[in-house]
Structure formats: C-alpha cells, structure tokens
Design a protein around this ligand. Sequence first.
Ligand SMILES: *Cc1c(COP(=O)(O)O)cnc(C)c1O
Length: 349
Amino acid sequence: MSLTLTVDGERWRRHLRTFADATPGLVPVAKGNGYGFRVGRLARRAAWLGVDTLAVGTYDELAEVYQRFDGDLLVLTPWRPTCHEVPDGVPARRVIHTVSRLSDLLALIDRDPGARIVLERMTSMRRHGMSADELRTAARLLDRRPARVEGVALHLPLAGGTHLTEVMRLVNDVVAAELPTRTLWVSHLTPRELASLRTSYADFEVRPRIGTDLWLGDREALRVTATVLDVHEVERGDVFGYRGRTAPKAGHILVVSGGTAQGIGLEAPIGDHSLRARAATLARGGMDAVGFVRSPFTVDGKARLFAEPPHMQASMLFLPHGPRVPQVGDEIAVRVRHTATDFDRIVVT
Ligand SMILES: *Cc1c(COP(=O)(O)O)cnc(C)c1O
C-alpha cells in the first residue's frame, strides 16, 4: 500500500564504489530528503565508501549523520548568528562551518575561537559568499588566531556550459588573499573541469562536493512503484472525485498509492508543457483538452492522466478503454524527482 523505492543493492553499491574511485577527494552530500534514500542511510554509505568528510545541508541534519559516519562533517548552509545550533551530542570539533560574511566570521570566532572554517567565495550563483576584497580582509582577520581555516568554497550554478574560466578567476582571488589554506571545496564541476583545475593549481587540494551524480547516478539501480488500491469501471458521464467531475468517456478510475504527502505533484515531472504542445493536444482532442493533466504514474510504459489533483496519500487516475487494466494489489511504475519525493518504503535488495 505504498509508494516504494526499490534499490538493486548490489548494482547501487557497485556504482557508488566506481564513482568514488574515479573521484579523488570526493565529499558526498547528504541533505534534505537524502536524495530519496534519507540522510541517515547516505551517512552509512559514506562510511562504507571510506571518505573522510561528509557534507550536510543544515545544522539540524548533523543529528541524523554523526553516529553513522565518524569523519568530518561539513555544513553547506553558511553559519549565521541566528542559525548555527550544533545539535546535542555532535562533537564540535568534527564540524566544519561554512562562513560567507565577514560579520559572521567575527561572530563565530568570538563564540568559538578554535572553530573550523571554510570561507565561501561568491560565484555567479549569487547565493552566498564573499568578494575578493572580503576574502583578503578575512585572511587578515584570521591571521594569528586559533581558528582553523579548512579551505575556500565555490558553489557554481548547475547549467551554463563550462565553469572553468570563472573558477580560474576565483581561485586567483583565493591565491591573492594569502589565506593559510590550499583546499578548495567545489560544487558542480565536471570530471574534466576538476582535472584541469588540479593541473592548473597543482598545489591545491580539490574537494568536489557531490550528491546527485553519486547517489542517483545509476538510475537503472532504482525502481519506483505505487500500489493499485482500487479500480472502478466508469461510463461516460459518471461522476467521481472530490470535485464531482464526470468521466469524459468510458474507462476506469484507478486509485493508486502516493499523493501530495509523498511529493506527488499535479505537474508531470517529464513532458512538454509548452503552449504549442498543449495546442497540439487540444487539436487532437486529447484528454487534457478536457482539463486532465498527465501524472507521473505509468501503465504499460505510458504516463497516465490524473482524474483529479492528487490527494494526500493517494491519487486517482483515468484510464481510457484500451490498455490492460491493472488489478488491485498490482504495482505500477512511477517517474518521480527523487530529491522531492518521500517514499513510504525503501527496499534494498
Ligand atoms: C546540494 C549541494 C551540492 C550537491 O549538489 P548535487 O547537484 O546534488 O551534486 C553541492 N554543493 C552545495 C553547496 C550544495 O548545496
């Protein structure tokens, strides 16, 4: 009765091992919904991979990982005076703080003079980070203080061709700042970009922080299914659902597990939502011409339409006559965004 993630354990572990072997300095990222696996499981996998550092998104997430992984813990969200509480039990010296503002740097070393610190340099993301000038000021502030500078972080945007020109410019700022560190924590560089960065700055240690390509890099190892909870035959004009809609033609209403609570949204995760595509569907007299939206649930390999917006833990689908009608208890495949889905069950085979 669940939205289930089934993991081919052997295949997944083989992919993780191969990826880690090919990625020197790898820092696995375990945050949010744990990319669908939950953060705790990822922490155990990171321990199994033998890496020395695990990155989490927030201070709260430290509580989920520190007993499952015993190396260093990098917090990706920058430290703020109002938002830095290390949960009870987490050894303070295992935590590496990301600091992105000079005022926060002063506040942090005031509270914890021996803090371990990664300074974030602003990138074209424009999310968090210091300018080149601020980085130089930070270096002066930290000079002869007991705080441990563990490196400089560069968080790059996902899209947009090559990052290499930007990265080289930013690393030059790091060199110019004369910080007492030779470690770069980078995000979203390709293996080739990482290799050329290492070639150009051979005296730096490069630490790629990676989540998606590591945990979700072999989709063949992952299968998502929903249970068919009920099946009702309908004639054209039959009323159904919370909104009293009528069936536009004869077919079946399927009730399947998985709804808004698991992150099943009204919008299909894959598909062409352009106006032109919609117009083409209208012209063909397709079902979404009468207001039906494609769902992520598939029957016979084809995405099926929501009969109405997803409910909290179940969804109603409309299946026109034609395809094989699944039976109560059958499992059907679902296409989801793993980073936005809370599975009821995770089964590792
Ligand atoms: C989430 C995150 C990552 C990992 O991103 P993926 O695209 O999942 O590899 C890396 N760096 C930072 C700062 C992040 O917040």
